[in-house]
Design a protein around this ligand. Sequence first.
Ligand code: GTP
Ligand code: MN
Ligand code: MN
Length: 364
Amino acid sequence: QMRTGPAQQSTVCPYACQRRTTTANKNKRFTDALEVLVEYHELTEIEGPRVAYSRAASVLKSLPWTIESMGGTEALPCVGEKTRTLIQVTGWYYSYIVLNISDQEYILFTSVFGVGPKTADKWYRRGLRSFSQILADPDVQLNRMQQNGFLHYTDLSRGLSAAEARAVEAVVGETVRTVAPNARVVLTGGFRRGKEFGHDVDFIVTTAEPGRENSLLPLIMGRLEEQGLLLFQAHHPSTLALKKIPCRRFEAMDYYSKCFLILKLEGSRVQGGGQAVPAGRGWRAVRVDLVAPPIERFAFTQLGWTGSKFERDLRRFARVERNMLLDNHALFDKAKNQFLAAVTEKDIFAHLGLEYMEPWQRNA
Ligand code: GTP
Ligand code: MN
Ligand code: MN
């Protein structure tokens, strides 16, 4: 059986992309506490603690055993003194952070779709402490995204089950087949990693006809609107043509055509989903993201949008260990001064000299 022996610990690799991390997290009580700290530090300008706690949480998620005490965690990579203290006094430390009122309000504000740390900070500085105060303040100007964030707050903050995600997949699939029969739509994001719960459903839509990917999302949104299913849309057209292709600037954000949506999901579409939808209404609001890259960029998009800290560490591994640059568009070998082509995700892992990891092993 798995024991927390030193020999076993030394086998824990330092990069998340070298570890197989399924959704079966054996150290949830610690990683939940760590993720509260990560969320809190996302609201500050200082990056160090956020990255440190985030990496520590990733390591704990990958362990095939449950940590029982601080002893025996010395040899784990990325687990520093503060995390070890948290492991020792998890309940206390966790409560201390969560009970800090101003942090709670920050986190509450940023839980609204369209509200980032800057807006949350602005509201907090104005003395606003609750949703009702924000909504009643005549000086607060909400943009369209934030208005919809508040309007659908109860539904959106509940997240989605895997059954609801499958229902969304069926709706989006039917819609795409109607307006673009030659297009292909695949699930990505957390539900591709096999998560049972998520805050949205992410899809990649693509077509073999060059250039046509840029007209797909408006067609899809138009059809969703016709069906009365489109509650909100923010479309960002592709800026790829404005850049040198392939892009030489490697960035966190990508240049593809994408849209952030709120859709109406009818309860009747959810398998066994009576309780998924508020009684008497018959539907609930759900967040859906669509991205439409050109077909030759599909593998890079798929790897990037499958997400989690696995993907962030892949980029760091490429840069630090391989002298390569990886983003959602391309992989560039700096020593050879050339781009490395990929048709599938496996090609990218091979270029990086990494063992292939299935999507459900990327829940770092
Ligand atoms: P959930 O919280 O359950 O949805 O987990 P998730 O892993 O699916 O997270 P999320 O949907 O936020 O992100 C999944 C991936 O989509 C990320 O890793 C990004 O690569 C990509 N992504 C999400 N939002 C954006 C965005 O605004 N721009 C770009 N370029 N990519 C995004
Ligand atoms: Mn997602
Ligand atoms: Mn998303």
